[in-house]
Design a protein around this ligand. Sequence first.
Ligand code: SF4
Length: 350
Amino acid sequence: MPKCGSQVLLCDLPIRLDSYTGCGHGCAYCFSRRNIDIMNIAGGESAITLERFILGARSAETTWCDWDIPLHWGGMSDPFQPSETDRRKSYEFLEIFAKHRYPVVFSTKGKVVAEPKYLDLIKQCNCAAQVSMVCKSAEMFEHYAPSFDDRVNIARALAPNVRRLIIRIQPYLPQYKREVLDLLSLYKEIGAYGVTIEGLKIFKRSGPLTVRIGADFCLPAEILKRDFVEIRRECHRLGLKFYSAENRLRYMGESLCCCGVEGIDGWAVNTANLNHIYFGNDAEFTEGMKLPCTGGCFNTFYQTKASRFSKNSYYENMMAFAKGKLGRNIYGISCEERNKNVQHIVAIAG
Ligand code: SF4
């Protein structure tokens, strides 16, 4: 069954789906390495439970979701990694997505997705695609993934067959800035709608420049911001949208939904999260989110308080986090400002 964990606090598409665990692309920076041996490939969720979700079934983590939220496919493993050639699990998923025309955004670097039989199916889906490619210099960290040039061809093949093509520039490092700027016109030419960008995150401190944000070590926001301003300007000059997947700089993007899927006809993302509470003033809580026992997805934060989170509504739990110190730790927002934001949303939500 599709899952929802800690990403619910910050993400407009927090319900995730993976057809595999592990990923044969073996990127050195992959955050799945935190929990698993990524070269140990196994099947992820099943096609049967995916279809049950699409037909309305929910788990304790997703019971708050009372509409056809677009799913994010490939958050922890590439759905079109080399194993797909033999196992064809993602092909099965595509058949289900095509049958129901259920909204989904997938992220990939994999070649198999550009094969004619996959493109034929993708054309029948209601999907957006993200192709991950930073620049040629980053290839050295993407040990078994297709080359940068191959990924350009994958993106080119996907563009006419999806509702939107977004280029993921993750993980960004300042030394890539010139290359990234020079590549934007190519992305425009192959049919990309926009780019989404995020700085490198690592598990251990590396050099004096990284700062601790939650469990990760990241580049300082002011360094990233300086580069993002230039990259955004060049995107706009070329007619590309710019999205910031960097939580601290999310407001720099065209939309707080950093996947680049805002405004796709018929797609409704989840705005009931901290980004929309703090920066958008437009967080919307559905009636389903205010029901008791819909806050189970918050259990990932504190296992010891799990039963309390489970009994609460999604709304109650999100508001408690919005008032709490996470807002200060991630965004540097003062207690007074957090309370003001929360009061505003409470007044709207009734
Ligand atoms: S392609 Fe994505 S999921 Fe696969 S190893 Fe690289 S970063 Fe991880």
